[in-house]
Write a protein that binds this ligand. Structure first.
Ligand code: B1M
Length: 211
């Protein structure tokens, strides 16, 4: 079995230590960090996701896998982002209220940092008023909202409305993303932008910075 397949297996089993050791071994052997992330960590989670959907594994196993994946991503972070990029913008990011999924959000955060953003991460299950308070306090260039559930995607619209009601809408660009989100949905709820994945989220956010 290749190291990449072993990473995928270890993620599915939620084995943090094994994931970290395999990733270090992979990097030592010259495997690109992006490949370890895509074909190892994320591929493992995707396979587990199918078994989750089919009720073959349950929330505790998926939680352990998510923890292993997040730890593994932290280890790869220096290789994934360009070193030494100076901060040239500020972003606030969070997963909306009612939603506990943070893997995608963490990847978007990582790519934003790689693109030179200072990122304030509000975490998961973030209520609207916390997003509003963060925009008021940190004056970010971009606010990024993540949602993974069809039952929480509407919450993104609620955050946008709350920011507008607080009189802050003109001073911040708002982007939405997450597996169920489409560009059409983003436009419908009044977002400025949408991105399908972490790398393009950083690209779109960068276009909002004043030249
Ligand atoms: Co959840 N879950 N989950 N889960 N979970 C999904 C999303 C689901 C599709 C699984 C399934 O049934 N097939 C399903 C949603 C169905 C739906 O709404 N239509 C689901 C469900 C139902 C649930 C629960 C309700 C299950 C239950 O309790 N019965 C429950 C809800 C809890 C809650 O949030 N209130 C639940 C719980 C969990 C865990 C806690 C166990 C765990 C999350 C742990 C964690 O995140 N720390 C979990 C996981 C891991 C998943 C799956 C398996 C993987 C999600 C993931 O991390 N993908 C998922 C099934 C799947 O996707 N195969 C599933 C990898 C990640 C890199 O992708 O997050 O899409 P993603 O992020 C991408 C893009 O979307 C984009 O960039 C990222 C990187 O490229 N992106 C953005 C994301 N945010 C962005 C923000 C931006 C821009 C781009 O800013 C503008």
């Amino acid at each position: 079995m290749s190291i990449i397949d072993e990473v995928s297996e270890a993620v599915q089993k939620g084995q943090v230590q094994a994931v970290l050791e395999l990733l270090s071994q992979g990097l030592d052997e010259g495997i690109a960090a992006q490949q370890l992330l895509d074909d190892g960590l994320l591929h493992g989670l995707s396979l587990l996701g199918v078994r989750f959907k089919n009720n073959e594994v349950f929330v505790p196993q998926v939680l352990l896998a998510a923890r292993a994946l997040n730890k593994g991503t932290e280890l790869l972070k220096p290789q994934l982002i360009e070193a030494g990029v100076s901060a040239r913008g500020r972003a606030v990011i969070g997963t909306v209220k009612g939603d506990l999924h943070d893997i995608g959000k963490n990847l978007v955060k990582l790519m934003l940092e790689g693109a030179g953003f200072e990122v304030i991460d509000l975490g998961v299950d973030v209520p609207d008023d916390k997003f509003v308070a963060a925009v008021s306090e940190h004056q970010p260039d971009v606010l990024l909202l993540s949602a993974l559930l069809t039952t929480t995607m509407q919450q993104q619209g609620s955050v946008i409305k709350a920011v507008a009601d607080a009189g802050l809408r003109e001073q911040v660009k708002i982007m939405v993303g997450g597996a169920p989100i489409t560009p059409g949905f983003g436009a419908e709820i009044g977002a400025d932008g949408y991105a399908p994945d972490a790398a393009s989220a950083a690209e779109v956010a960068t276009t909002y910075l004043a030249a």
